[in-house]
Structures are given as C-alpha cells and as structure tokens.
Design a protein around this ligand. Sequence first.
Ligand code: ADP
Ligand code: MG
Length: 251
Amino acid sequence: MNDLLKALSLRHLEKRLPELYEQARMHSLTYEAFLRRVLTMEVEGRKLAAQQKRLKAAKLPTRKTLEEFDFTFQPSIDERLLWELAELSFIKTNRNVVFLGPPGVGKTHLSIALAVKVLQADYSVLFTTLSTLAEDLTSVLHPSLRRQRLRRYLSPRVLLIDEIGYSKLTTEQSQSFFELVRDRYEKGPMILTSNTSFSEWGSLLGDEVLATALLDRLLHHVEVITISGKSFRMKDRVAKGEKGKATEAKS
Ligand code: ADP
Ligand code: MG
C-alpha cells in the first residue's frame, strides 16, 4: 500500500491508514464514507503542512495576538479599526497599514498580531525590519541578482516592515526601498511601523524628492494608526519598581 501512496504523493496518509481502517471497522463505514475520510485526512494534512510552512517563511520574531493587546492602556488607538483591519479587507483592496508612534506603544505587537491573522487566513507574510531589508536588497551587485532579491520582498501577499526610522539609509538603500514600494504599489499591501513622522522621511532617506515620491505611493491607499500614549515597557518597569519598593517596605 505504501508504494501506491508514495506514487501518488499521498504522504499524509501513510501513518494514519491503520487508524482509518480501525474507524471503518468500528463504525461499519460504507465504501463512500471510508473514501471520504481517507481523502479528507490527506487534504487536511496538506493544509496544515502548508500553514506551518507559511508560518516559518513569515519569520515573525515573536507571536503576538490582538486578543492579548490591552487597548485600555493605549486609548489613542481606535480599537474598532484594529478589529476591522483584522478582518483583512485591506488585503483585497491593497491598502497599506502604518503604525506611527514612540517606542514601546505596541507598534510591533499590533503589526505582528495583524500578520498572525493574515497567516490564519492562509495568505503569505514576510516580516523584516527596514535595516535588514535595505542591507539585503543592496548586498548583491549584479542587476539580475538584485531583481531576484527584490522578488523575495515582492512575492509575499503581505510584507511587514518594522522599525522604519531607527537608522538612516544610504543613497543606494533608499533607492532600493523606493523600488520596493513602487513595485508593491496597488499590488501587495504592506504593514509598516515607524517612530518617525512622515515629514522626517526625507532626512531618513537622505533625499526629499525620493521620499515624496515614495510617500505618495505608500499613502495613496492607507490606514495610518498614530499611537500617542506611554510605553508599555516603562509601565512594566514602573510596576516592578513599585512592587520592589512595597516588598522592601514590608521587610
Ligand atoms: P513598539 O514596537 O511600539 O516599540 P512593542 O510592540 O514592541 O512596542 O511593545 C513592547 C512590549 O510591550 C511588547 O512585549 C508588547 O507585547 C507589549 N505591549 C505594548 N503595548 C501593549 C498593550 N497595550 N497591551 C499589551 N501588551 C503591550
Ligand atoms: Mg517595535
């Protein structure tokens, strides 16, 4: 039997077949019901394997969910908008999503949480930071290799670029970043996070004209979420500090 399964590449059935025979005996399944169970098992095995492959390819640095985000801590965020985005219509309409705000307010958390929803809906995602992306795009010299490298960031259905603004780009890197935004424009949605307001992207890219052209495309179809609250990291630190003091006082 295994040789037949192999010949048909039904690799998910190999291990599960004895269990399926047992079910068929126990429930006296009809030929039809048995065949349906067998095929369903293979289809589901394939789906799960594809999901796992997409999750790995997404390179998410951690897993964060919308459910675990404390919206009461960050009242400047429109919670309803986030849940609406989580329904993913921005993918079909090729809208970008940009999170702006100072460090620690949850930009990376929320963008990963959206990416998790995207993956759950069986779309591909790629997570990167702007500095990694810029270095990667400019690390090869030959034009055809460059094009190939660019495709790495064009092919995922959703591209997440974190940490825009932490480091300035070289002329070459800015040009590559622009090419990427231009080529994904109205084709592939992006989720971006930045601690830098758009007016400062000129100095970030070292070129006002290029920055204007890039922002023109990026912001044509976009949802900008500006977070103006306090750092969640600091909240943790303050809470721990206070607890420390409390135990000190007790002892
Ligand atoms: P940013 O990217 O804006 O610098 P992060 O998303 O990395 O901030 O958030 C810093 C840490 O705090 C992460 O561990 C994140 O999960 C957590 N965090 C931030 N805001 C919230 C929140 N409102 N509710 C729950 N966890 C949060
Ligand atoms: Mg971050």
